[in-house]
Design a binder for this molecule. Sequence first.
Ligand code: ADP
Ligand code: MG
Length: 541
Amino acid sequence: MKPMIVILKDGTDSNQGKNQVVSNISACLAVSEAIRTTLGPRGMDKLIVDNRGTATISNDGATILKLLEIIHPAARTLVDIAKSQDAEVGDGTTSVVLITAEILKNAKSFIEDGMHPTIIIRAIRKATALTIKKIKEVAVTIKSDDDKEQRVLLEKCARTTLSSKLIARQREFFAKMVVDAVLMLDELLPLNMIGVKKVTGGSLEESRLVSGVAFKKTFSYAGFEMQQKKYTNPKIAILNIELELKAERDNAEVRLDNVAEYQKIVDAEWSILYDKLDTLHKAGVTVVLSKLPIGDVATQYFADRDMFCAGRVQEDDLKRTQKACGGAIITTVENLNNQSQQVLGTCEIFEEIQIGSERYNCFTGCPKAKTATMILRGGAEQFIDEVERSLHDAIMIVRRAVKNDSIVAGGGAIEMALSRHLREYSRTIPGKEQLILAAYAKAFEVIPRQLCENAGFDATNILNKLRQKHAENNIWFGVDIMHEDVTDNFIAAVWEPAVVKINAITAASEAACLILSVDETIKVPKSAAETSNAAKAMNMG
Ligand code: ADP
Ligand code: MG
């Protein structure tokens, strides 16, 4: 009798071979099925309720996939590429998943026919390189020497991104706002220097852009209303010090046996606080911001001396203010005097403004860093959240376009052009590769087809028209969402930065290759010891 060789633990789940590849592909197709209806200007939104009951309405591929909590190991790859597309370029997250799924779907029949995955992978790699080369070849560079011209270009890109979102109707308004915000930043275009604040209520058009830092008025004590609410060239002190009376008592234990001593301690507390306040006042500070609370005595003190204060400011707001206005976060007032002005920040105008039912502290004309804050208005909370996500996509796209000003036409135009190019190329090569390249080429048609389907058009009809136009070398013809027809999307100004497409196609191909190359999944069970430990821990809890 042959000895039995046991390698894997009892209960290990292992699947392998052709069937495993096919089943992985099916899982990916199921994922893409879940989000395909969200693509494009006529795409639908998804409402997802998580296990805590929080509802999210979104149109963004990455957001939806993140919330779906997919557990299938191969299908998780799709979630990862959507996330990476989101991080890398910000837009095109639905497209990347759809293209991956379509490549896999077209490859599936080859696998079923017994073609080895390595051959398919090699062909896909080759096709990807060709595709990227083609995109770079056809992408149009718009000169950005002229500021006005660049603005127009950026606004068009932002508008295309926004046209597939919930706020498509207001895309003119928001495209302008996003471009304004991005152009306010410095060379490096740091994303975290654009703050987004949400105030529910009001209409979307009441949203506004502040060229500087803005944050909601913090909790304040009596006396606050007596403070001045507008300063030009204020001196701003950003503190990490508690300006409250009772604070000192908590730091020490004090034992007393008579009233006089108690009075001394109370006096000492007062004088400690007053010393701090006096130092701030003498240093010429006019606006005091603190991470920690500012009590009623301090508030009144500042009010009497024409100073403004805000306590319990959120940390990220405080950091952004510090970056924008200069100065440092002060943890002790000991060394603060007229000479040590570099620790104080400044800006052109500080004022408190009313937005809807909320009051905001605004710092504009900041000297150190360029920053901008968007204050969004709108009905429901979920709605504003989706607006924020949409604007994030648009901001990322505009940043991309500023850095790299080559663009292609969207609405399926670039995809059709690539498809045609690859199909023609495939005819020049012999062997199995020809088939695979043709299948890969066909995969790109998923974008225009899905755009049509989501808009309720006859996809076959439109695609035939598009193929005909592209055969005549009209490379920018794509779906005309308004008129159920095809049109030159370059003229129609449906523009997208070329990097979005390059990144999407590279990522999609990589993911497809990854999934095709996995022919075995092994699931190791939890060991008995671990399980019993977990059980014990649970009992103890
Ligand atoms: P993604 O998450 O991939 O960005 P979207 O839902 O934003 O998905 O849809 C993007 C697609 O919609 C792109 O292919 C883009 O070219 C297309 N698109 C956007 N605006 C228009 C328009 N006005 N007409 C036709 N197609 C458009
Ligand atoms: Mg988009």
